[in-house]
Design a protein around this ligand. Structure first.
Ligand code: PLP
Length: 392
């Protein structure tokens, strides 16, 4: 069988590949600690699991509306509006502005498919989450990668954006809090980008805010704080990271642009019909129930962040800024030969799986996920330090 040219060109996810290698080594009896996957190690909170069990018993087992259960779409809109510090009238969301998908990943995929034509340029600041680039390629779009700078915490600047935009630019993808860097854009940093975008009214802004509940200094700023973008803004979020619900596969996109929402729903209708109904009811319980569980998990990650940063500071040849959000550390290891070499070495020598920054467009770095237990973080960092000291 011949695989299509379109799919032949897609790179496999390096973070999933590294996690699979770690699992295979573990199965073969090697004591590998995996810091490669971006998923909370906590269980989904009990009240959410209970809501799913009730949903099964109450018969939420049939096809549902393409764009999601009405009560969940309402809860999504309400949560977004409540989270937004500046209440901008133009960016107040309603249930009709929301499409629930099979994870934020699918929401992003659908948004790109709905907007990008072959040959269109999509601007992506690097380093970036592994999947944006491949999704743009599937749509036939051209990725315009902007290399951001360490000294700016890898945040895109107005000048960098201005240089990358052309009349062929169709979309800009932003992610804050960021995977893999852990950086969080401030309101003024985003404002500077919005000012540049003013001269490019056709450019759609896809804002991936999946880590917005996991911020350790201040609060995340949503792109919904910029009302002037309302008609060309798509916000993506979901329950995976904030509620430890990665396996439930529920995420969503929101937009005030009705034509976009209608087109996107048409695409989803021919693709998955709707996201899993039981999982949607669980997500609804997550959004409408007590948010104490989110704060408890955030505090656990905050403590782990302190720990990993303290231990990482003792490792020779690593250069990093303390991450402000998400659950990743992204040190520059160019002094040790770069991300590919160091990731390979750490797996073989220290039995710790990390992901090379080349997966994210920054080959000088490695990414370590600290969504693992305190004990594992301490042991992993002890092994890493010993292995790196051997290199000297
Ligand atoms: N966006 C970013 C930046 C991510 O890191 C991830 C998951 O790792 C996703 C989107 C996808 O999340 P979901 O599990 O909801 O598909």
């Amino acid at each position: 069988m011949q695989v299509s040219e379109r799919v032949k060109g897609i790179a496999a996810s390096q973070s999933l590949a590294m996690a699979a290698r770690a699992k295979a080594m573990q199965a073969a009896g090697v004591d590998v600690i995996s810091m490669s996957l971006g998923e909370p190690d906590m269980e989904t909170p009990e009240h959410i699991r209970r809501a799913a069990q009730e949903a099964i018993d109450k018969g939420w087992t049939h096809y549902g509306p393409v764009a999601g259960i009405a009560s969940l779409r309402e809860a999504v809109a309400a949560a977004q509006n409540a989270n937004c510090r500046l209440q901008i009238e133009d960016c107040k969301f309603e249930a009709a502005d929301v499409i629930v998908s099979v994870g934020a990943k699918m929401a992003i995929y659908n948004a790109i498919q709905t907007v990008v034509n072959p040959g269109d340029e999509v601007v992506i600041p690097m380093p970036s989450w592994v999947s944006y680039t491949e999704m743009v390629k599937v749509a036939g779009g051209k990725v315009v990668a902007i290399q951001t700078k360490y000294e700016n915490r890898y945040c895109l600047t107005a000048d960098e954006l201005r240089e990358a935009l052309t009349e062929k630019t169709k979309m800009l993808i932003l992610c804050s809090p960021n995977n893999p860097t852990g950086s969080v854009y401030s309101h003024s940093q985003l404002e500077a980008l919005v000012e540049v975008l003013r001269a490019y009214p056709e450019v759609v802004v896809l804002s991936d805010e999946i880590y917005d509940a996991l911020v350790y200094e201040g609060a995340a700023c949503s792109m919904a704080e910029f009302g002037e973008l309302a008609e060309r803004l798509v916000i993506v979020n979901g329950v995976s990271k904030a509620y430890a619900m990665t396996g439930w596969r529920i995420g969503w996109l929101m937009s005030k642009n009705k034509a976009f929402i209608e087109a996107c729903a048409r695409l989803q209708g021919q693709q998955v019909t709707c996201a899993t109904m039981v999982a949607q009811k669980a997500a609804e319980a997550a959004l409408t129930g007590s948010q104490d569980c989110v704060e408890q998990m955030r505090q656990v990650f905050a403590e782990r962040r302190e720990l990993i940063c303290k231990l990482a500071a003792e490792i020779p040849g690593w250069k990093f800024e303390k991450p402000q959000g998400a659950f990743y550390l992204f040190p520059d290891v160019s002094a040790l030969g770069g991300g590919d070499k160091v990731a390979e070495y750490l797996l073989e020598e220290a039995h710790v799986a990390v992901v090379s920054g080349s997966a994210f467009g920054s080959p000088e770095c490695i990414r370590l996920s600290y969504a693992i237990s305190t004990e594992e973080i301490m042991e992993a960092m002890r092994r890493i330090k010993m292995a790196i000291e051997k290199l000297k």
